[in-house]
Unconditional design. Sequence first.
Length: 109
Amino acid sequence: MSLVLECEAPPLKEDESGAIRIGNSRVLLELVIRAFQDGASPESIVQRYTTLSLSDVYTTIGYYLRHPQEIDSYLKHREQLAESVRQRLSNVQTDVNLIRSRLLAQQQS
C-alpha cells in the first residue's frame, strides 16, 4: 500500500475588504493566530470559534509557522488599519460629545 501525498492550499480566503478569513467561516486569520500566539491549542480555538473545523485551524497554524514573516506583516497591516479606524471613531465621538454638551447647555438656558 502506498500513501498518496497531496499538496493542499491553506484554507484562507481574502474577502472584498482585504481581510483574510479561515475556511468557510467569517473568522479572521488574526483571531486564530493571536489566540495561538497567546498559547491556545487548536482544540480550544475551535471551541472558541465553533464555525471553524479543527483541520482548518491546524492547517492555518502550520501555514503561519512556515510563513511567519508574511503573516506577521499582514497582522501589522491589519493593526494599522484598526488604529486608523479607532482614531476616526475617536474624532467623531469627540464631535458628538461637543454637540451633546451644547444641546444640554441650550436646554438648561
